[in-house]
Each structure stands twice: as structure tokens, then as C-alpha cells.
Write a protein that binds this ligand. Structure first.
Ligand code: KG4
Ligand code: ZN
Length: 337
């Protein structure tokens, strides 16, 4: 079965083809980073307009990569939410149009479910059940995953997402949007022990997170000292160390609380090498195993949307056409359908 996946929830237009027998056979992506960098963040209207420009050429590109034609597509999937309403509508409209033209089923996919299941595209592939850490620009959640569609929320951020904290702190350091990868790069040259930034919500039993105070601490620190290159690198390293300490500790706590021994990391911040190294070390120490999607699939992409739809379709074939977007959509309200 060949599934077309279309992702347009935010600032990446991703289109991919997933073949249930062969895996991802086409994967085309356009990032709008340069478009939004000027404004220091995503401008929703510009995002929608750019998705409109990119999506059809990207469908063509994915088909060429796969050596297939539109007629070969069996199922069409798009990101239904959460995300920017106008941006989501672009993917939904193209999917619905193709569905009508080709007479194929169309399914809406939860963006976070796409992220959550994307580590299953990696080799080795984690078996269910597992604990998933979803760390993106918009979300920071720990979920207990029993199977496709069976997700229980264990904890989440009470304010900023981890990626958002990376981006905001990066902006304070004069790095351009989205600052996460640039901050991680700068942190490599810095001294992580120079500033003892808080480790929010680390004490106590809970699995929730809070990152907004950390950004404020970084701001005070930058204001207090002369912001030369040394200071910027040390702030970056100290900030990153604080985020990683909290994420790693809560992941271990979630594994312990659920009795599970597999941890899966997904979402853009999952591309962070220092976080990966730390989680590999910590899980090995406790006899657990951590799985990551390939770095390219950590950030938004069409492959994860095609893949999630194909897995769901396998369990419960999609019948009717779907044309809805849900800018706000809680993953734990998703059922096995
Ligand atoms: O999953 P994603 O592509 O989009 C959302 O759904 O939010 O995640 C993007 C987020 C951004 O905040 C970006 O700065 C962050 O992931 N990110 C990183 C790294 N690569 C991407 N944060 C820290 N270190 C990285 N290497
Ligand atoms: Zn995402």
C-alpha cells in the first residue's frame, strides 16, 4: 500500500510517500526558516502562502523520487492538527482535492502522533509498549504508549515547550530563528558549569515540566555580565545542561513509574546531540534502551504523517473522506479509531 503524507502544520512543507512493504520511498521537504528568520518567529499568514506555493511541486518531487505516479497512491494523509489554522488548511485542501480526483480515502493525522510513531521508522525499531518523550517547539510531553492510538499522558510542560525555551534563549543570545540548533552549536564551546541555572520542577515526584523561568534566568545573566563571546557560549552551555538535566531525570522517572524499559524520543529537540548522548548513557545505566528517529525525521516532515496514517489504516481502514483541521487538539483525546 502506498500512502502519501502531507505536513503543513507550521513552517515546513513536507510531502512523503510510504510504501507499507518497502518503507519511505519518497521524501520531499521545504523549510520556511529563511522566510521567517527576518521576523524572529513564524508569521502565520506568510507560512500559509508559502505552503500553497510549495505543496504541489513537492508532491511531484516525492513521486519522482519514488518512481511512481499519482495513480499508484492508495491512501492520502494530511496533518489535521494541532498547528496554525491557515497552514493546516493548505494540506487539508490539497489532500481532499487529490482524494476526490483520484477517488482514494483521505485521513487526517494528529501531528504529535506522527512525531510519536516516527522512531518506528528507524532500525532498530522499538516494540510496544514504550515511554515517549515528545520535545518540539510547541510541546513537551511524556506519554505511555501501549500501541497505535493508545497513548496516556504522563506529564507535560506547564508553560513553555523545551524547543520554545531553546528558541527564546537563542534569541537573547543574538542567534537567529529557530535558535535551537544554533544554541546547541554554541554550547559546544561553552562551560556548562559556569552558571547554575535552575532545574525547574526537578524536586518532587511529578512528571510535569516548566521551562519559562530558565529563559528568564538566562536573561538576567546576560544583563548582569558583559555579553562577549565567552559569556554567550557559557550561557548557552549552562542553559542546555539545565534543560537536559530536567528532561533526562523525568524520562528515567517515567520509565520507573510505568515499569517500562524502552524510551522513545521524538520532536525537533530530539535532534539535540547532547540530549541524545545523555539519554543513551542514563538509560544504559538502568538497563533500559532509548530509540531515536533518524535526525531528518526529528523535525517536521511528511514521512511521519504518511507512516502514522498507514499504521492506522492497517488496523482500521479509512472509509470516508476527511476535511477538518483542528488547530488545538490534545493527543490524549485521540482514540484507537
Ligand atoms: O518538531 P519540530 O520540527 O516542530 C514543532 O512541531 O515544533 O521542532 C522544532 C523545534 C524548534 O524549537 C527548534 O529550535 C528545536 O526543535 N530544535 C532543537 C534542535 N534542533 C531543532 N533544539 C535543540 N537542539 C537541536 N539540535
Ligand atoms: Zn512538529
Amino acid at each position: 500500500m502506498l500512502t502519501l503524507g502531507i505536513e503543513t502544520s507550521c513552517d515546513e512543507t513536507g510531502v512523503a510517500l510510504y510504501d507499507s512493504g518497502r518503507g519511505v520511498v519518497g521524501d520531499a521537504l521545504h523549510s520556511q526558516v529563511d522566510l521567517h528568520a527576518l521576523y524572529g518567529g513564524v508569521v502565520p499568514e506568510l507560512a500559509s502562502r508559502d505552503h500553497i506555493r510549495r505543496v504541489v511541486p513537492l508532491v511531484r518531487e516525492a513521486l519522482v523520487q519514488a518512481g511512481r505516479t499519482l495513480d499508484d497512491i492508495d491512501l492520502i494523509a494530511y496533518t489535521e492538527g494541532p498547528g496554525l489554522a491557515g497552514a493546516l488548511l493548505v494540506g487539508a485542501s490539497v489532500a481532499a482535492g487529490l482524494g476526490i480526483a483520484l477517488d482514494r480515502p483521505v485521513v487526517g493525522v494528529h501531528h504529535l502522533e506522527g512525531h510519536l510513531l516516527s522512531p518506528l521508522l528507524a532500525d532498530p525499531r522499538p516494540a510496544f509498549p514504550f515511554v515517549a518523550l515528545l520535545v518540539s517547539g510547541g510541546h513537551t510531553q511524556l506519554m505511555a504508549v501501549e500501541g497505535v492510538g493508545r497513548y496516556a499522558l504522563l506529564g507535560e510542560t506547564v508553560d513553555d515547550a523545551a524547543g520554545e525555551a531553546f528558541d527564546k534563549t537563542a534569541s537573547l543570545l543574538g542567534l537567529s530563528y529557530p535558535g535551537g540548533p544554533a544554541l546547541a552549536e554554541l554550547a559546544r564551546e561553552g562551560d556548562a558549569r559556569r552558571f547554575a541555572f535552575p532545574r525547574p520542577m526537578l524536586a518532587g515526584e511529578g512528571l510535569d515540566f516548566s521551562f519559562s523561568g530558565l529563559k528568564t534566568s538566562a536573561l538576567h545573566c546576560i544583563r548582569k555580565h558583559a555579553p562577549d563571546d565567552r559569556l554567550r557560549a557559557d550561557v548557552a552551555a549552562s542553559f542546555q545542561a539545565a534543560v537536559i538535566d530536567v528532561l533526562a531525570a523525568k524520562c528515567l522517572r517515567a520509565l520507573e513509574a510505568t515499569g517500562m524499559d524502552r524510551l522513545v524520543v521524538a520532536g525537533g529537540v530530539g535532534a539535540n546531540v547532547a540530549l541524545r548522548d545523555r539519554l543513551v548513557r542514563e538509560t544504559a545505566r538502568t538497563g533500559a534502551t532509548v530509540y531515536f528517529p533518524p535526525a531528518r525525521l526529528c523535525t517536521d516532515n511528511g514521512a511521519m504523517i504518511a507512516f502514522a496514517a498507514a499504521l492506522r489504516h492497517q488496523e482500521a481502514p479509512a472509509g470516508q473522506e476527511s476535511f477538518t483541521v483542528r488547530p488545538r487538539w490534545d493527543l490524549s483525546t485521540l482514540d484507537a479509531r
